[in-house]
Design a protein around this ligand. Structure first.
Ligand SMILES: Nc1ncnc2c1ncn2[C@@H]1O[C@H](COP(=O)(O)OP(=O)(O)OP(=O)(O)O)[C@@H](O)[C@H]1O
Ligand SMILES: [Mg+2]
Length: 256
């Protein structure tokens, strides 16, 4: 399947995106080469590929954190700077001196939003990620999974149009990871956010995504984009379906 073909409801598309890093005193590194990808409104796209193939690079470009590239990234509805893009890093970058609640409300504070609506949004988000009881706790008092849930709530606080997640569950144990997968699916059901998720795990990509973009080793290219053959309503039983094993096996093979 062609990841670059026009889709209905496209939110953001990359066309011929290439990126060369030039580190001081070193050879230029072609990190991304001619990437075409469309992401539709409300869909979950997983980006999967070997280490160093440019997944984080591509995500940072979509986030507007790196504007130094060739090719084109275009939006159907241009994101408002600092508002429309939620970013979740691999390590939850929470501020240790702020409570969970005040980490989640950071962006609203930066925008001097002290409205009752803003406060209600923070409360709702804490409830959505199951951290209401821990609103007044500090990050060091939370488990790794809880910290990651707080980071997801923080990324959702501005009500962004797209959520970009860079291996958000990579550092977690398998049980916590599975639980967070279901949390993310529940959040998606309630918000229908567009999500681009970078992952190393074929099972994670299969369980969460509508489509999976497989990248090749450096220079990163999109090798193929596959529709996941599962219903959108996913429960843990989906992991035991034959098409789950078949699809993740196919992804694994394509990554080799
Ligand atoms: N700031 C930088 N300066 C120079 N080279 C860089 C820089 N950032 C990334 N690179 C190079 O670009 C390539 C892609 O890096 P990137 O971090 O996007 O890969 P990745 O797919 O996210 O890898 P991983 O799965 O290990 O996180 C790598 O070869 C890396 O060495
Ligand atoms: Mg990375």
């Amino acid at each position: 399947m062609d990841g670059g073909s026009a889709r209905t409801n496209t939110l953001v598309s990359a066309r011929g995106v290439s990126k060369t890093y030039t580190a001081a005193n070193r050879q230029p590194v072609l990190a991304l080469s001619d990437v075409d990808l469309d992401v539709a409104q409300g869909e979950i796209v997983a980006l999967i590929g070997p280490s160093g193939c440019g997944k984080s690079t591509l995500l940072r470009m979509i986030a507007g954190l790196d504007n130094d590239y060739d090719g084109e990234l275009s939006w159907t509805r241009a994101p408002r700077p600092g508002k429309d893009i939620g970013f979740v890093f691999q390590e939850p970058a929470l501020l240790p001196w702020r409570t969970v609640e005040r980490n989640v409300s950071m962006g609203l504070e930066a925008q001097r939003d002290r409205s009752a609506e803003g406060k209600a949004r923070v409360r709702n988000l804490l409830e959505l990620v199951g951290l209401t009881e821990f609103a007044r706790s500090f990050p060091k008092e939370l488990s790794g999974g809880m910290r990651q849930r707080a980071a997801i709530a923080r990324a959702l606080a501005y009500d962004p149009q797209i959520l970009l997640m860079d291996e958000p569950f990579g550092a977690l144990d398998a049980i916590t990871r599975d639980r967070l997968h279901d949390d993310l699916l529940r959040i998606w059901e309630q918000t229908h956010k567009t999500i681009v998720l970078v992952t190393h795990s074929v099972e994670e990509a299969t369980y969460l995504a509508d489509r999976v973009a497989v990248m090749s080793a450096r220079p990163g290219r999109i090798k193929a984009v596959h529709q996941v053959p599962l219903d959108r309503d996913r429960t843990p039983e989906a992991r035991r379906l034959p098409q789950f094993a078949e699809f993740s096996g196919m992804l694994r093979q394509e990554l080799q």
